[in-house]
Design a protein around this ligand. Structure first.
Ligand SMILES: [Mn+2]
Length: 354
């Protein structure tokens, strides 16, 4: 493969750092654990898959891809199954077994992964999210403008001229499309170029199947509850889903609500495994939804995001009853309304009731 354009771009420079780091360290790294966030999205899965390929083909480093939670969204499950993407639930012994850990699409001190940041330091970070505190790793590659974290790894494969097999290319294309809203939020030329260089190796048939997955019953009842419980005021559309079977549904419903013609902001919450999950979406390209959400939760580490997408979660006490959950939902909604300068006296109404 010929040398590619973009080595002078930000993602190209970070990718070059990654390559020279691995070149220097290869002897010292026999194997690596690649850790994504707990409920990995297409970008996290693609970045992990591509990094695994780079480590194996470029440096003979074996690796295992792991996540703490579950692969929830039907699209993401289809991605894992159809591409035979080897991502596994983290085992209790993994952190003992692997001396070297790479974090992708997340950072050591973020609450969305189980990395024991107070006890140890990861070997590598590849991420696009704004750090809460300066991220500590042997090599931290953070590019908040790269559209998707997997762009950095894709760039590294392209620069090194490693052949990209169809499943990896398809994962990368979907990761980029998914995190940039079909390139709409790809604000830099190197991001679009990376996508264009990858797309030649893609399996478009599988990509289409991933993007239009067969959906389970739980998804439709989730849509029903979202609409049923929706309320809106001055462009802010909110729905509290209550108990959910997987926290990805909260994000998916926020995406869905944002498509309503009168919504400028969509906010959803859901209860899962003792935590209240939050998702915020904005239709304004220049906003930082993660930053907005951080001001809504008690601990800023509990939320984050990039561009128009924000997410997070926080734990409620084990003894929390229905009233306590309701109170938490009301509190985050009120703080959000205040932050968006929507009058507290405003009355939220369900816009979909006939
Ligand atoms: Mn991402």
């Amino acid at each position: 493969m010929s040398k590619t354009k973009g080595e002078n771009s930000r993602s190209g420079r970070l990718a070059a750092h990654l390559l020279s780091f691995l070149e220097a360290k290869r002897e010292a790294i026999p194997e690596m654990l690649i850790l994504t966030h707990d409920y990995p999205d297409p970008d996290a899965l693609a970045a992990a898959f591509a990094l695994q390929h780079l480590l194996a083909q470029g440096y003979e480093i074996k690796s295992r891809i792991a996540y703490g939670g579950v692969v929830g969204r039907q699209e993401n499950r289809a991605m894992v199954e159809l591409l035979e993407l080897p991502a596994y639930k983290l085992r209790a012994t993994d952190f003992e077994r692997y001396e070297h850990v790479a974090l992708v699409d997340t950072q050591p001190r973020f609450e969305n992964n189980p990395f024991p940041a107070s006890e140890r330091k990861p070997t590598l970070i590849v991420d696009q999210h704004k750090p809460v505190s300066s991220p500590d790793a042997e090599l931290a590659l953070i590019d908040t403008g790269c559209g998707a974290s997997c762009v950095i790894v894709a760039r590294a494969l392209l620069i090194k001229g490693i052949e990209i097999p169809k499943p990896v290319a398809t994962a990368l294309a979907y990761g980029i499309l998914s995190d940039t809203q079909d390139l709409y939020r790809a604000n830099r030329r190197d991001v679009v170029n990376t996508y264009l260089e990858i797309i030649h190796n893609c399996d478009m048939h599988i990509l289409a199947k991933i993007r239009n997955p067969v959906r389970k019953r739980g998804f439709f009842s989730g849509v029903g509850r979202t609409i049923e419980g929706a309320s809106a005021y001055r462009g802010l559309l909110v729905s509290h889903l209550g108990e959910v079977h997987n926290p990805d549904l909260v994000a998916q419903m926020a995406d869905f609500l944002l498509t309503y013609e009168n919504s400028r902001w969509a906010f959803c919450t859901g209860r899962y495994d003792g935590r209240l999950y939050l998702s915020l979406r904005s239709d304004r390209g220049r906003t930082d939804a993660g930053e907005v959400l951080r001001s809504v939760v008690d601990n800023p580490r509990d939320a984050g995001g990039h561009g128009t997408v924000g997410g997070g979660s926080f734990a409620l006490p084990e003894e929390a009853d229905e009233e306590a959950w309701k109170e938490a939902e009301t509190r985050v909604q009120a703080r959000l309304a205040k932050r968006l300068r929507i009058p507290a006296r405003g009355e939220f109404r369900n816009p979909f009731k006939r």
